[in-house]
Design a protein around this ligand. Sequence first.
Ligand code: AP5
Ligand code: MG
Length: 214
Amino acid sequence: MNIILLGYPGSGKGTLAKDLFRALDMVHVSTGDILRDEMGKKTPLGLEASSYMAGGRLVPDSLVMEMLKARLGAETRGLLFDGFPRTVAQAEMLDAWFVSRGQEIDSVVFLNVAEDVVMKRLGSRRTCSGCGKIYNVISNPPAREGVCDACGKPLMTREDDRPEVISKRIQVYKDQTEPLLAYYRASGNFLEADGGQAPETVTRSVLGLLRVKP
Ligand code: AP5
Ligand code: MG
């Protein structure tokens, strides 16, 4: 099974993906996490991507696609895409890649959340610098302030969660990613969930839409 998660920055794609990939035994493919990893390691790709990401702009399509092909070429498990594709060009490249592998996209899940809600969520997000667990100082704080419950490492604020960059990312989503809703609605495997509910409720309803028992 191959699944795409779509939605605004802050719609909860990463939070949902971390539940789903375990429940469905899939590979969680977050292009944002992979790019941040490359940046942390100061690889040529990471260095090239960093100025785009810090300003809230998209990394060029061809760079992202080459990165994924290199990472996933030998992967045989189902892929759970989080943050990819993000442009119609990326969706077309993914379609062509799947055709060449004899595979297809089984479901596209759109997390529908209002813009003012995602703005608030992003401004209060914290992420573990060790294991990547996602928190929210308002709705999902750690037991000890600034420390990850799961691995004990410090929590950090993502560089692109500054207010001016959040606004830019929202605008980039509307301009470049929202057209994917029409692209995938036409494909016949488009599912829509109310991402404004509590995280456990979102996970349960998406598993229901995918017809998987929790
Ligand atoms: P990426 O890392 O993908 O960021 P994004 O799409 O902007 O999405 P986020 O990770 O910010 O939000 P999310 O939907 O995962 O929400 P989360 O679960 O964390 O991309 C970053 C950058 O990398 C891009 O700007 C671009 O530069 C580059 N990039 C990445 N992919 C690319 C691509 N394919 N092409 C080109 N460039 C690319 O939740 C957010 C907050 O809300 C958290 O605090 C969480 O605790 C809380 N929350 C989550 N769910 C709920 C809920 N149900 N109720 C209440 N709170 C919730
Ligand atoms: Mg994310």
